[in-house]
Write a new protein. Structure first.
Length: 207
């Protein structure tokens, strides 16, 4: 929002997980490039954090860490790829909690079992979520946005970074708590969602 005092902030935890433990000794790892799959479109907060870490790991390991974006299905596509990869430590998943925590409650069936097919490595980053609108929207605070939505039910568009991602859940919670009617449009990541808000095709985003 344009009024910092009215900004809503939330924490997003990004983490790295991989397939179950591999047999190589730590001293021998890695001996070839490592693939880091990010299950969202390029440009979002998880993607940016992953690329920063990948660069640092490349420098430290003297082996390239390649970021591979595989967006879609709320992160399930990229997560399934990792779950089916060889358990040798060379395929990592850098993700928000969506695919490994939330999606089991949103999808009737997942093509992987987060508890059995993946193991945690480390928490990658903690970031804040804020609410932003296109400059043309006549709302300068959260209160004004709520009032505008109630005056124009079904007209404002809430851009979501994907099914089950924290910003998507918080957006739906915001709509439910304030009893407003916004149209939610799902994107394959925060970056394309933000692009449409900037371009005026969508009204508001939680990033």
């Amino acid at each position: 929002m344009k009024n910092p005092a009215a900004t809503l902030a939330f924490t997003l935890l990004c983490c790295i997980v991989c397939v179950p433990a591999f047999a190589q000794s730590p001293a021998a790892y890695p001996i070839k490039p490592v693939r880091m799959i990010v299950p969202i479109a390029p440009g979002g907060s998880t993607d940016v954090a992953s690329r920063i870490v990948a660069q640092k790991l490349t420098e430290r390991w003297s082996q390239q860490v390649i970021v591979d974006n595989r967006p879609g299905a709320g992160g399930n596509i990229g997560t399934e790829i990792v779950s089916r990869a060889p358990a040798d430590g060379y395929t990592l998943l850098a993700t928000s909690p969506g695919p490994i925590v939330v999606n089991q409650w949103l999808f009737s069936k997942l093509p992987f079992d987060p508890a059995k097919d993946l193991v945690p490595v480390t928490m990658l980053a903690a970031t804040l979520h804020v609410m932003s609108v296109n400059p043309s929207v006549p709302a300068h605070s959260v209160r004004e946005l709520i009032e505008l939505s109630k005056k124009t039910p079904g007209k404002l568009v809430l851009a979501s970074g994907g099914i089950g991602v924290p910003s998507d859940l918080m957006g739906e919670m915001f709509k439910n708590l304030t009893k407003i009617d916004m149209v939610t449009v799902q994107y394959k990541g925060g970056a394309p969602a933000m692009a449409d808000v900037i371009g005026g095709q969508a009204t508001v985003i939680r990033v």
